[in-house]
Design a protein. Sequence first.
Length: 378
Amino acid sequence: MASLHSYDEWSTLREVIVGSAENYTSHDRELSFDVFFHENLYRSDWAYPRLAASTPVQDRSWQIKQRYVDELNEDVENLAKVLTSLGVTVHRPLPLLPDTPSIKGLGWEAMPVPALNVRDNTLILGDEIIETPPAMRSRYLETRLIAPVFKAYYDAGARWTTMPRPILTDRSFDLSYARDTETTLGGPTEPISDPQPSTFDVGYEMMLDGAQCLRLGRDLVVNIANENHALAVNWLERHLGDRYRVHRAYRMSDNHIDSMILALRPGVFLARHAGIRDHLPATFRNWDFIIPDEPTSFPTYDDDDLVLTSPYIDLNVLSVSPNMLLCNKACVDLIRKLERSGFDVVPVQHRHRRLFGGGFHCFTLDTVRDGELEDYSR
């Protein structure tokens, strides 16, 4: 295992963690889940009224059809094989066991999910692993499934930091974004407006996912949609000191931005729309923006299938080098546009990205890339 070394999103990839989808069989519907996915729960008219945190765990479970689970596992394992075939060393998390019990916090309980979207709860900055404070109760212990890989990098010299862990009571969450209909695309039919008091309340807490961060060498662009994110960025800024420049992007998305914008190489972004430019620091607004056409290639689902992501999830590509990308093979128009922009595109199958909330960038955590800590803002 090489030393941890990753400063950007595009330089040549040497080592990566690919998530596991084993035993991803259901979604636990409770307040933290609904807050996190509220922007994309378009079909909430049949999924509500919302289930309270006090509802027994077994009654909140939203089952996923087995054939979708089987096909997801096939696609994730194939992703790992493709990366290996390209000369990338692939590490894997521990699998979630089928009989894993629920997670119990101070006043809440949730069923865990496997470490599939490994980008979310960790931020790699150079030689440092930073475990970020999770916003979903079901994912509270998810990084423990990746801990053996983290420990191996730590033993090889990496720094390993954990941001303050939230208690995650109902009143830990800033719900203003979920209530603001002018800035959201959809949302629940019943407003999330009834957080229950708890003995353990401490007010708003830090919450932040690594997928809210765009790594551009010395510059780190972080999406902030609520007070939870702002508190976490304050901590991050203090922790990083003058090693990085932290830029706040306000309400680029409700949470993650890697289906809004990705840096494909110095000078080139892949972005959902041209307006994303206005969210970036001025020095990066003159980069070229590749804007894809409206995506259309998705499976048809039944009324009892919970769709969690926007149609733009396939912007979630993974850079293997400044000239090579992994892209969903179903996105023929996007592949052609990327090829016309000078990229070699490796098409890889990923069928049910809208049911499991992630694409190739989400499923991976790059731990070793060739790039150094460069200043691209000059």
